[in-house]
Design a protein around this ligand. Sequence first.
Ligand SMILES: Cc1ncc(COP(=O)(O)O)c(C=O)c1O
Length: 361
Amino acid sequence: MTVQFQVRPTDRPTPPQTREEILTDPGFGRYFTDHMVTVAWTPDAGWHDHQVTALAPITLHPGAAVLHYAQEILEGLKAFRHADGSVWLFRPTLNARRFAASSRRLVLPELDEETFVESVAALVRADEAWVPGYGGEQSLYLRPFMYATEAFLGVRPARQVTYSVIACPAGAYFPGGVTGVTLWISTRYSRAAIGGTGSAKCGGNYAASLDPQREALEHGCEQVLYLGGEQRRDIDESGTMNVFFVTADQELLTPSLGTILDGVTRDSVLTLAATHGLKPVERSISLDELRAGLADGTVTEAFAAGTAAVITPIVGFKSEEFTASVGDGEPGTYTRQFREHLLDIQYGRAEDTHGWMHRVL
Ligand SMILES: Cc1ncc(COP(=O)(O)O)c(C=O)c1O
């Protein structure tokens, strides 16, 4: 039976005129909607108090485990408005499954798939006015997260946990037209170690990425490309995106799962590859192989895939060892096709042959 969320609407909603002003240029992660979801957990009561209430600051004991030992996980997905006014989520059950996998790695309680999807849907319904209109590639970004609230010092799994969902309107990622990024290949930092938390979506991974990201910016690059594998010489992933390479013999190459995040966009691109005449291949790709492929033209395109930007063309790489551009340094044809195809499915312009869209309103 689907869990019912108790909805207590805010008595101080954002005035419609202010909200409309925000929606003309929401950017990303700058404005929050009027409501939030919370659900509490203890070992005795299990999950309880499923609520949608006014967005408000939270009170935590200074000894709350999350503040000391980072027992926390998160997710990110979007709601899209279609031309007929309806509102849809993109593959939310994959986020639910990944959230459950992250909770197992961080020894947090598991939330079942149905409750996860319903919690996100309940927030979208409460904040429907914040879902941007159709056209212009805007969406409502949803951020489910779970954190340890029990107050104690000592490293063990917490016995009090809160699950929550908040939301932010998100503007078009490339308002001035799709441009490419150059990635800084970090030989100094790793994102994940074998047996570490790389495949979990936990806040600590992102805290550890701030210094490498600073290094990338210092070198004139927009993002980091991390290396992994036993020798730290294999392509891993970017800071918040999985990476893909198109080869001259029509392969769509991406690093195998293991230490990387199992991206929803990654899975979707792999599924669509054959439709675009490419053979999807998941395997380890060494930095040397990439470097040689860029030099001899075997690697014709590169792109990154993730919920925020969908597909971001990669037009160059820089490292302590070399600098290389991809192809002619412009976003590639397949890259553009994948981007259009995914956006067309998400906004209801292309047939959803895989049943990926989940209607909320
Ligand atoms: C480290 C990392 N890799 C990849 C991704 C892409 O995953 P998805 O396509 O599910 O957004 C993300 C974004 O969540 C991420 O943070």
